[in-house]
Write a protein that binds this ligand. Structure first.
Ligand code: ZN
Length: 55
């Protein structure tokens, strides 16, 4: 099964785009949006960081 969000190197730990903590566990959120005709993807560690992230 292919993960459609796996656009980063496998084995490289993701960091939260807001607080910089390593992302693990169920709080992981993925924010996607369209900008300049391309898909932007950001990973955050929790709903709190998701709300705090400014595009
Ligand atoms: Zn965070």
């Amino acid at each position: 099964m292919t993960d459609p969000t796996s656009d980063v190197d496998e084995g490289k730990a993701r960091e939260c785009a807001v607080c910089g903590d390593p992302i693990d566990g169920p709080g992981h959120r993925v924010i996607t949006w369209i900008e300049d005709d391309s898909v932007r993807t950001v990973h955050v560690c929790s709903p709190t960081c998701e709300a705090a992230y400014e595009r």
